[in-house]
Design a protein around this ligand. Structure first.
Ligand code: HEM
Length: 422
């Protein structure tokens, strides 16, 4: 009898231990979904910049091999951080990045893409990707070539390649490594200045990858709304911050449209970090890495700030999933909502350096596309769903030669907005 009891007791202890052991060492990922929790997660006050960079670099490790990055997103080194963020800040201050010049560049980029499209039109996502890449290369990175003479074949290889590499980056294979070589080769054909950009992907990925998706989504929400389209055309005619922020009688502004787009579809849906598990932070990093190689998932804990979730949470009311740019009108946004909005660009010392610049850039690129469509020669044909990095099946920019009866586009691209097409 006693021996049966002993066996049962031992079995109970073993099963409890195993449960504890597996729970502790399992590679569960911790999601942060409240304002306080996200803030503490991304900027714990007792951590220095080096520790924050190490946690980010560890979370983004796969992008070194998968995307060929060597910038501050994958480096724990504070000198890399300082140099990279300084260079990025300078780039968005370049003369081409001033709004009137930026609009001019964008219009040229759009015409270059449309001129190259097939007679019946082009894929919507490919079009926005290509236009935005041209603008990023010349307008931000200062490539010394006319925006419409950038090699089209290379543009296509780079936009398609980067998109594909993202989905392959979780599991790099010989095929993805070959694709990366191809992307790098074509990007080098576009960005000749090796001294300023030893690895152009370092800039193209954070700038282009985020911008094109916000542009595509903002257009997807507004292309069939003449009232919103008209607001964008006003920004096109007069690309100034005041016009971007100007609210109509209903409180809607272009800024409101861009903010609402980023609320519902933040390009960085999850901001990840990997840090030593509780109790292991005293162990030197190098030793932790060795232990992690021997017993994967036991030394480090992955977590993420769930930006998408918090920006669609109940603080936005019962219709949180509905696109409503009027939410952002003056006086309507309350503190709890504004706090969640700010996470689109991260939080703390590693927050995006382009947080104030990027929304206006999105507005100018979208406005230039609307201006082109307004003439009636081209139209957005929607697909069943709004995509993200992928998922734009069915979306097209269609030419009127496909049977649409539309007026001929004026040659003058800086016209006063007329009545927008529905
Ligand atoms: C709508 C467009 C953009 C969005 C939504 C966005 C989002 C973000 C987010 C969420 C982070 C923080 C990442 C983290 O903490 O791990 C970040 C950082 C950063 N972004 Fe952006 N970004 C945008 C556009 C850009 C552009 C156009 C540039 C370059 C010109 C840029 C350059 C950077 C840099 C350099 C950092 C790192 C800052 C640091 O480490 O201190 N971003 N961005």
């Amino acid at each position: 009898m006693i021996s049966i009891l002993c066996i049962a007791l031992v079995a109970l202890i073993v099963s409890l231990f195993l449960r504890y052991f597996t729970a502790f060492f399992s590679s569960t990922v911790h999601a942060h979904r409240s304002v306080a929790s996200i803030r503490a997660f991304l900027h714990s006050p007792n951590k220095g910049i080096e520790e924050l960079l190490t946690e980010r670099a560890k979370a983004n490790e796969r992008l070194v091999e998968g995307m060929g990055l060597s910038n501050t997103f994958v480096s724990p080194d504070r000198t890399v951080h300082k140099a990279f963020t300084m260079q990025a800040r300078e780039l968005i201050k370049t003369p081409q990045a001033r709004w009137t010049d930026f609009r001019h560049l964008t219009t040229q980029a759009i015409h270059a893409e449309l001129a190259n499209s097939e007679s019946h039109g082009t894929l919507f996502d490919r079009f926005v990707q290509s236009v935005t890449l041209r603008v990023v290369l010349v307008g931000i990175m200062g490539v010394q070539t006319a925006v419409d003479s950038l090699d089209r074949e290379s543009i296509v290889v780079v936009v398609e390649g980067i998109t594909k590499l993202w989905s392959l980056s979780k599991k790099p294979s010989p095929a993805s490594r070959k694709l990366l070589v191809d992307v790098k080769h074509h990007l080098r054909r576009l960005v000749l200045d090796e001294d300023t950009f030893p690895n152009p992907l370092n800039f193209v990925v954070p700038a282009w990858e985020t911008l094109w998706r916000v542009v595509a989504t903002a257009i997807a929400y507004t292309h069939d709304n003449p009232r919103l389209e008209k607001l964008f055309l006003e920004v096109y005619v007069n690309p100034k911050e005041e016009v971007f922020r100007a609210e109509g009688k209903d409180g809607v502004s272009v800024k409101g449209v861009v903010d609402e787009t980023m609320r519902l579809h933040p390009p960085s849906r999850h901001i990840s970090r990997v840090r030593p598990r509780l109790g292991w932070s005293w162990v030197p990093g190098a030793l932790l890495n060795v232990m992690e190689k021997l017993w994967p998932g036991t030394q480090f804990q992955r977590g993420y700030a769930d930006v998408e979730e918090i920006q669609r949470s109940s603080v936005w009311g019962e219709d949180a999933h509905v696109f409503d740019p009027a939410r952002h009108s003056t006086g309507r946004l309350w503190e709890g909502q504004a706090e969640t909005m700010s996470f689109s660009f991260g939080y703390g010392p590693l927050r995006c350096i382009a947080a104030s610049w990027a929304p206006m850039a999105v507005a100018v690129i979208s406005a230039s596309i609307f201006d082109c469509l307004e003439g009636g020669e081209y139209a957005v044909v929607p697909g069943p769903n709004i995509g993200a990095r992928e998922g734009w099946r069915g979306w097209r920019i269609e030419s009127s030669s496909c049977g649409r009866s539309r007026s001929k586009k004026s040659e003058n691209t800086s016209k006063t907005p007329g009545k927008p097409s529905a």
